[in-house]
Design a protein around this ligand. Structure first.
Ligand code: HEM
Length: 417
């Protein structure tokens, strides 16, 4: 696997160990645009582009919403209800766009975790939130956008609307609860458990740098992070499973009956189709990563998609979709698809669950399988096959090869031959 190549002026690292070293390097940041929001930087101040002490302060506060007890509540108590309610409502005449279905299922709990009050039974509101997520996702992938200026204009307008329509009303009950907590009338554990509440609680801490509209954009980051990636992963999973199922239809029964296998299918999907195939970093100072000299100001491209196919770590035939593959015990089955180091995805256990046990080992009682595995199992149980009349479309607004705009499928038992 080639490394330290320079592509378009950037330094490219493509080996697993090099990428991990880069992701832990304190002098590599995600701060590509130093302008303020007023000057046109749509990502100004969000956790994903913060660096150093401010980033650490934010993550310390926000990570509290991803503790195992929260994950279990979502996976065991709340998400089964979301699946039961929404899959039937969205599938029409046995047809559905799997990408839209995945987004709608994911946004219900993503909004709850972000602290965005909404009517979970209102299709209109959920569609509106999904529309916002689509715009925020284009904004978060601005480095790979084909038309960044168009994305900037749309993003600014949408963020304003999202703030007015959802964040401002959601603040009211939370600020009241925080006032009661500060007056000693409420215990901290009785406050709402969501990102907006913890941000409001810590907003005056100067280490957080959460002034102005940054709070709105931070909440939007969590709404988007919890929705778009999970849906893309569901679609990529089905897209990888269809050719396998054409040779071995039993794979759908295995997914439906065995949640651990469904989880390994999700991890195998993430390995082969990372939602961020190339992770980017900016050199804040001269540094050396795994023997490669990187000058201050350089852009470093970390080719996670290539590293995830290293045969020394992921076994023979690394390009094949094989959820039962043997992997080196030092790596995760999803490879580098949730990143590593300071910016490692805080939502990795929400979407992907805890690291999957080896195929022959049963998961323990505390195990979290991840919401993507539950979605995949649900559609496997109902029956899913390609829609012969409609072709899936890739999202051509970004250069990320793993993103879809729509993925029509048929849902329901296969008719007898
Ligand atoms: C299959 C699902 C997901 C994938 C593949 C994914 C992938 C990633 C990756 C690769 C990063 C790090 C990017 C970098 O280092 O440059 C990241 C960061 C992030 N993710 Fe996820 N993610 C997923 C689900 C989620 C969920 C469910 C949430 C929230 C509930 C979330 C919220 C975030 C946030 C806020 C960051 C920025 C963290 C920081 O910069 O410190 N993600 N994600």
């Amino acid at each position: 696997m080639e490394s330290a190549a320079t592509g378009g002026g950037a330094i490219v690292l493509a080996r697993y160990d090099e990428i991990r070293e880069a992701l832990f390097a304190p002098d590599l940041s995600r701060t590509f645009d130093r302008r303020s929001w007023a000057e046109g930087n749509i990502r100004d101040g969000v956790v994903s582009v913060q660096h150093g002490p401010v980033h650490r302060a934010r993550r310390r506060v926000e990570n509290s919403q991803f503790r195992p007890d929260r994950l279990r509540l979502y996976e065991r108590d709340l998400f089964p209800g979301v699946l039961a309610t929404w899959v039937d409502r969205i599938v029409e005449d046995g047809r559905v766009d799997l990408f839209a279905l995945g987004e709608l299922l994911s946004v219900v709990l993503a909004a709850r975790r972000a602290g965005i009050d909404h009517d979970p039974d209102s299709r209109d509101q959920l569609d509106e939130l999904v529309g916002y997520v689509d715009v925020f996702s284009q904004g978060s992938a601005i480095l790979d956008a084909r038309d960044p200026d168009a994305v900037r204009v749309l993003y600014r307008r949408t963020m304003l609307e999202f703030g007015e329509r959802y964040v401002t009303p959601s603040r009211v009950p939370r600020e009241a609860a925080i006032a009661r907590f500060r007056a000693g009338e409420l215990a901290e554990d009785e406050l709402p458990h969501d990102i907006l509440t913890v941000l409001l609680l810590h907003r005056d801490d100067p280490a957080m740098e959460l002034d102005g509209d940054r709070l709105v954009r931070e909440v939007a980051t969590y709404l988007q992070g919890g929705t778009h990636t999970s849906s893309q992963t569901l679609v990529n999973g089905v897209d990888l499973i269809f050719p396998v199922a054409a040779r071995d239809p039993g794979i759908w029964t295995r997914i439906a009956d065995d949640r651990a296998f469904a989880q390994r299918c999700v991890h195998e999907t993430l390995r082969l189709r990372p939602t961020t195939p190339k992770i980017k970093r900016h050199a804040e100072a001269d540094l050396v990563v795994a023997g490669t000299r990187i000058p201050a100001g350089a852009t470093v491209v970390l080719d996670a998609a290539a590293a995830n196919r290293d045969p020394r770590l992921f076994g023979d035939a690394p390009d094949a979709f094989d959820p039962d593959r043997r992997i080196d015990p030092s790596v995760a089955r999803w490879g580098l698809s949730f990143g590593a180091g300071a910016h490692q995805c805080p939502g990795r256990s929400v979407a992907g669950g805890f690291p999957a046990p080896a195929p022959e080992t049963a998961a323990d009682e505390e195990h979290i399988f991840g919401l993507s595995a539950l979605m995949l199992q649900e559609i496997a149980r109902r029956g899913v096959r390609p829609d012969p009349d409609r072709t899936p479309e890739r999202d051509t607004r970004t250069e990320r090869f793993t993103r879809w705009a729509s993925y029509p499928v048929l849902i329901g038992p296969r008719p007898a031959a």
